[in-house]
Ligand binder design. Structure first.
Ligand SMILES: [Zn+2]
Length: 181
């Protein structure tokens, strides 16, 4: 009887040891995953410090990607202009061109980091989405709501801060002044 009793005990001990090994293995993989995640984040952070690609080519690439994700059908292009009182704005392209054109102020553009650049484009595409989806009315909060399908709120807030910084030099900026809601 005792022998029978000790056998399951031994088995229990073996199971316990196996469980312990498994949990150690789980901890190891968890740690490895965490390290990989931290390293990945570090790489992402350092890439934010890299020079930003400010070419129209790059801006148009971001537009093409975001436009597809918001399912905007008319063509949208980017133009860097000598001066734009709104710093960044969107308008319907003049004929014979079709669709929309996003105009970046040449002096404001280099103040933006990649993340902010993407937030600006997302916001302007938000306006285009509203233009092309009647009967929605143009409002800053709605443009930002659409933008937040593409970028995070933090990026949009950073853009607003940049615009306000720039405002001191440039004057009226009602295009961007509404708060992110
Ligand atoms: Zn706007």
């Amino acid at each position: 009887m005792r022998g029978e009793a000790s056998e399951p005990n031994l088995q229990n001990l073996q199971e316990l040891a196996a469980t312990e090994r498994n949990s150690r293995r789980t901890r190891f993989w968890h740690l490895l995953f965490t390290l990989t995640w931290i390293l990945g984040t570090a790489v992402a952070v350092s890439s934010a410090d890299l020079p930003v690609d400010l070419t129209e080519q790059h801006l148009n690439d971001v537009v093409r990607d975001f436009r597809g994700r918001l399912r905007i059908t008319p063509p949208v292009s980017v133009s860097i202009v000598a001066a734009n009182q709104y710093l960044v704005s969107v308008e319907q392209a003049s004929r014979p061109q079709k669709g929309f054109i996003i105009k970046f102020d040449r002096e404001f553009l280099p103040t933006l980091e990649e993340q902010e650049l993407r937030a600006v484009i997302a916001h302007e595409l938000g306006h285009i989405w509203i233009f092309t989806h009647h009967p929605y009315l143009q409002t800053e909060p709605l443009a930002n709501e659409k933008a937040m399908q593409l970028v995070d709120r933090e990026s949009l807030e950073k853009v607003y801060k940049k615009v306000w910084q720039f405002e001191g030099q440039k004057g009226s900026l009602e295009e961007f002044l509404a708060k992110v809601e």
